[in-house]
Design a protein around this ligand. Structure first.
Ligand code: FAD
Length: 421
């Protein structure tokens, strides 16, 4: 195996995958490589915490400035937007100049496209950015006021096709129910859930579906799977099965696409880079990798983005050191769903199916690792994870490395033995 001498490692994107990759590379390689991080923003955003914003959390508490942790680890930080990748020349063109690389990690994430569904952008509150979550806070406050005044209100939650991460919207429907109860507004609000999925939380398999069915029954939420949205009008959603749902407040998590499409590289129709699932190598480009939401893995999740980034960084580090990589990408998803009065944990070993309508399924050969459980104690797990990751990134350390991760992993194992089956 050829050993690279002080290679230039370039990471695009200052999110979960980009920071994890850059910090892991430094942790593993010491000074044996030049590492540069390019991001169009000067702060990291801890998106999973954004579900608390509609209920009062200040969104500024969810960001971490990138300058300090990168400086601390001797990682060059370039604030610029990557515009083009020239793989033949080994150069990334940004709006601030050209950056050469020996190995490139593309971790530029995803964006949402509400405009794909007629009427959605005009009529729905959407979830994605902190600004959208602040707008949703206003909508929830108005809903509560009306409900307390005795005015009946209908809320519809909507997951359209091509949304790749519906988990946060499931959190919000449960959180809203608990919050309305606690503030004396639940009795006057009808809540309906509609999704294109053929089962609830489809990507996480049948046991999460059963949890959601139970929670909807307990909370009086009417759930509608296999409802594929056709269009949205003022006060009404039309579905392709001929059904309609009326609403006073519509909350949706729109379809996804790559945040930045790089035309020089193989990609699908939404700009997601096509990769070898295990190595994360972009197909046909031995020194270009993709990790996180911007790659073609069909489930877009921070936890999976971190695992992908670790696999890429380990592979590059092993190449620099002339070793065999210690691990590759193994898509075992971890999900902690906040509900305010309880929380649900799921650990799900996934495999690709190759079928567009159900691109992943739970691995039957690893059933023992498929663990699901609900308990108020899992709220603590969610809080610990929400504190641990920002703490690691603030110090320029990777999430999945060293003694702190071993400790957290052990804690999760013990909790999942006690509180999940
Ligand atoms: C409300 C909400 C709640 C969520 N909750 C959870 C959860 O509980 N658990 C979970 O696992 N996942 C959760 N997710 C999903 C998770 O946030 C994403 O999967 C994760 O952010 C993906 O990480 P990433 O690094 O691929 O992309 P991102 O975190 O989006 O980072 C991409 C970065 O690249 C930058 N960038 C984009 N284009 C360019 C360019 N051309 N040049 C330079 N920089 C660029 C962006 O500004 C950004 O900093 C949630 C998402 C949302 C919206």
């Amino acid at each position: 195996m050829a050993v690279l001498t002080r290679p230039k490692l370039l990471v695009l994107g200052g999110g979960f995958a980009g920071l994890e990759a850059a910090f892991y590379l430094r942790w593993r390689l010491g000074e044996r490589a030049d590492i540069t991080l390019v991001s169009d923003r000067d702060r990291f955003l801890f998106k999973p915490g954004a579900v608390y914003v509609p209920f009062g959390l200040d969104p500024d508490t969810l960001t971490i400035p990138l300058e300090r942790p990168t400086h601390r680890r001797g990682i060059g930080f370039v604030r610029a937007r990557a515009q083009q990748i020239d793989p033949a020349a080994g150069v990334v063109v940004t709006d601030g100049g050209r950056l050469p690389y020996d190995q490139l990690i593309v971790a530029t994430g995803a964006t949402i496209r509400p405009e794909e569904i007629p009427g959605l952008a005009e009529h729905a509150e959407t979830i994605w950015t902190p600004e959208a979550m602040v707008s949703l806070r206003g909508a929830f406050a108005r809903l509560l006021n009306d409900a307390r005044a005795g005015t009946r209100r209908r809320v519809v939650f909507l997951v359209p096709p091509n949304n790749k991460c519906a988990g946060p919207l499931y959190e919000l429907v449960f959180m809203l129910d608990t919050w309305l109860h606690r503030h004396g507004g639940r009795a006057a609000v009808d809540i309906a859930w509609s999704t294109y999925e053929s089962s609830f939380m489809q990507v996480f398999g049948p046991r999460l579906h059963d949890v959601v069915v139970g929670e909807f029954a307990r909370r009086g939420v009417s759930g509608h799977p296999k409802y594929v949205v056709d269009r949205v009008g003022p006060g009404e959603v039309w579905y392709t099965n001929g059904q309609t749902l009326p609403y006073d407040l519509l909350v949706s998590f729109p379809p996804y696409a790559a945040a930045t499409a790089f035309p020089g590289l193989p990609q699908d129709e939404r700009g997601f880079l096509q990769t070898d699932i295990v190595t994360r190598e972009v197909i046909g480009h031995a020194n270009v990798y993709a990790a996180g939401d911007g790659s073609d893995f069909p489930v877009k999740q921070a936890f999976l983005a971190l695992l992908q980034a670790d696999a890429v960084a380990e592979r590059i580090a092993a190449q620099v050191l002339g070793e065999r990589p210690a691990m590759a990408f193994d898509p075992v998803s971890l999900c902690l769903m906040e509900e305010f009065d309880t929380a649900t944990f799921a650990q799900v070993p996934l495999r690709l199916t190759g079928r567009a309508e159900r691109p992943v399924e739970v691995r039957r050969d690893r059933e023992a690792e498929y663990r699901v459980g609900s308990s108020p104690a899992w709220r603590l797990g969610k809080k610990v994870m929400g504190a641990y990751l920002p703490w690691r990134f603030r110090h320029g350390s990777p999430f999945h490395a060293g003694l702190p991760w071993k400790g957290l992993e052990l804690g999760l194992k013990v909790m999942s033995r006690l509180l999940a089956a």
